[in-house]
Design a protein around this ligand. Structure first.
Ligand SMILES: NC(=O)c1ccc[n+]([C@@H]2O[C@H](COP(=O)([O-])OP(=O)(O)OC[C@H]3O[C@@H](n4cnc5c(N)ncnc54)[C@H](O)[C@@H]3O)[C@@H](O)[C@H]2O)c1
Length: 320
């Protein structure tokens, strides 16, 4: 039997840990020795109301199992208070799982500013606020593990969830960039798109499916991604109902028109089969790889004009 993944001496902040997935993550990390900040303002699935009860209950559950935990009732919109709670209580922060979430589903024609803004404030800005507050501490200690909770709705789209889809793909984009910025300080950042039984899914999925979607499956992936032995960063995983898989971008071989030639809409129409065909594909992993065919084409053009070719390395820049 391989050695157990332990989190002794590690401090984990789990947002939205009073219910569903967050509760399951918090309990697992607590069982495995982490000191856990159980963050949850305890509102309903739409983000209305609030109560300290759900966070308190999960803290009790962790303590009953012999673990250590503290409740934080602040909204992720004031993420700095949640991180302050971790520092005041446990003196450090090693793991952040951005899990808090609500839904405000509405067909796009009827979507109000409020429906849009609440979702961005909690899912996207909340993720930013909590993570930014933790970031300098992780940089200083040269250690951090962060997981952002994305969604299939963001990856594939889902009727009535334009607000939620936008935010959920946003947290994946944030994870990609933070993975790049954090790498040298040993801060690894990933994203998951879970499917699990919770009050968010019990009303929209068939009961027999919900019954089979144990949040503990998702927590197993969270625990691995948040463990010091895991080296994965910048990745997105679909997970749920026993299924675990990494996802990546795939790009068609595409069509290159030589630089300098006028490209008409008709030429685009004609090239449509090559632009859209996935018979031959590439899987760019970063901006440099993504820019490669463009730079090659520009360099081909400059070759002809006798100019210096552009160096691909210059595309990726670093700001201190
Ligand atoms: N359950 C699924 O199948 C599924 C699918 C895709 C994505 N997700 C995402 O997973 C995460 C967890 O969802 P869940 O299904 O467990 O739902 P849930 O409603 O059971 O849990 C979400 C928790 O977030 C808390 N929360 C809401 N607003 C908050 C705020 N401002 N600050 C801190 N906490 C807040 C809620 O009180 C709740 O306890 C969410 O981000 C959700 O969008 C879930």
């Amino acid at each position: 039997m391989a050695s157990e993944l332990r989190f002794d001496q590690k401090v984990a902040v789990i947002t939205g840990a009073g219910n569903g997935l967050g509760r399951s993550h918090a309990r697992l990390l607590g069982q495995r020795g982490a000191s856990v900040v159980v963050n949850d303002p305890g509102g309903d699935a739409f983000g209305d109301g609030g109560s300290s009860e759900v966070a308190d209950r999960v803290v009790e559950e962790i303590k009953d199992g012999g673990g250590d935990a503290v409740a934080s009732y602040d909204s992720v919109e004031v993420g700095e208070k949640i991180i302050e709670c971790a520092l005041d209580t446990f003196g450090r922060v090693d793991v952040v799982v951005n899990n808090a979430g609500i839904v405000r589903d509405q067909s796009f024609a009827k979507m109000t500013d409020e429906d849009w803004n609440r979702i961005q404030a909690i899912h996207l800005r909340g993720c930013f606020k909590v993570t930014r507050a933790a970031w300098p501490h992780m940089r200083d200690q040269e250690y951090g593990r962060i997981v952002n909770t994305s969604s299939a709705a963001g990856i594939y789209g889902n009727f009535g969830q334009a607000n939620y889809s936008a935010a959920k793909l946003g947290v994946f984009g944030m994870a990609r960039t933070l993975a790049i910025e954090g790498r040298r300080r040993n801060i690894l950042v990933n994203a998951i798109a879970p499917v699990a039984a919770s009050r968010l899914t019990e009303k929209v999925l068939p009961a027999e499916l919900v019954a089979a979607l144990d949040p503990k499956d998702v927590s197993a992936l969270i625990a691995f991604l948040c463990h010091e032995s895991c080296e994965e960063s910048g990745a997105l995983f679909e997970v749920g109902g026993g299924f675990f898989a990494k996802l990546r971008w795939e790009r068609a071989a595409g069509k290159t028109f030589r630089i300098g030639r006028r490209i008409s809409p008709e030429a685009v129409r004609e090239a449509w089969p090559s632009i859209t065909s996935f018979e031959e594909t590439t899987h760019p992993v970063d901006i440099v790889a993504a820019m490669a065919p463009i730079i090659a084409n520009v360099n081909y053009g400059t070759d002809k004009g006798g100019n210096e070719p552009i160096d691909l390395a210059r595309i990726s820049h670093e700001i201190p």
